[in-house]
Write a protein that binds this ligand. Structure first.
Ligand code: GRF
Length: 198
């Protein structure tokens, strides 16, 4: 069966990458993860890729030709869909315009709340807790030139519990939202890509 060729871009622990890997063959049927690119040589996500036999590469975010090297790898591996999973770099307008509706990102809040400049990782949950919201969640969206500004694909709400810390809240948002939504979105976009090709 023809499947979309997926590259996952990571920078850290890779729990969202792991959710995608584990979803292959069940939630994710129309796409296949064939490449992992990390901006961080020490990312545990690289171990996860290796354990699953997925080709990986490190392109340090400090590299002067960072984006050009990413593009070259994506082209070499005929990538159809790029998934940002805990990827801590903002991609340029040139890069995002090259792949319209072919880059998706998981953000740990209900966009448009708690997103944009500086809102990533634990910062997002700190902001939600300090604002005192009772509900947060996660969003999967297409990536365009506006940070966290692309069309929303899926969202899922998660309750905030009294006594939550940024860490306990991040874990709940990952477990109850991120790790479910990202495979669903990967399947939805992969299926669209395959259908457009037929
Ligand atoms: C987490 O804060 C997650 O919400 C966001 O990136 C961070 C790391 O995710 N998407 P991962 O464990 O590297 O997938």
């Amino acid at each position: 069966m023809l499947r979309a060729r997926i590259a996952v871009l990571v920078s850290g622990g890779g729990t969202n990458l792991q959710a995608l890997i584990d979803s292959q063959g069940n939630t994710l049927k129309s796409g296949e993860i064939v490449l992992v690119i990390s901006s961080n040589p020490n990312a545990y996500a690289l171990e996860r890729a290796e354990k699953s036999g997925i080709l990986s590469a490190v392109i340090p975010r400090s590299a002067p030709d960072f984006e050009a090297r990413i593009v070259r790898l994506l082209e070499e591996h005929s990538i159809d869909l790029i998934i940002l999973a805990g990827f801590m770099c903002i991609l340029s307008e040139d890069f995002t315009r090259r792949y319209p509706r072919r880059i998706i990102n998981i953000h740990p809040s209900l966009i448009p709340s708690f997103c944009g400049e500086g809102c990533y990782g634990l910062n997002v949950h700190r902001a939600a807790l300090s604002r005192g919201v009772k509900v947060t969640g996660a969003t999967v969206h297409y990536v365009n030139e506006i940070p966290d500004g692309g069309e929303i694909i899926f969202q899922k709400a998660v309750d905030i519990h009294s006594g939550d810390t940024p860490e306990t809240l991040q874990r709940r948002v990952m477990e109850q939202a991120e790790w479910l939504l990202l495979p669903m979105a990967a399947e939805k976009v992969s299926k669209t890509i395959i259908q457009e090709r037929q």
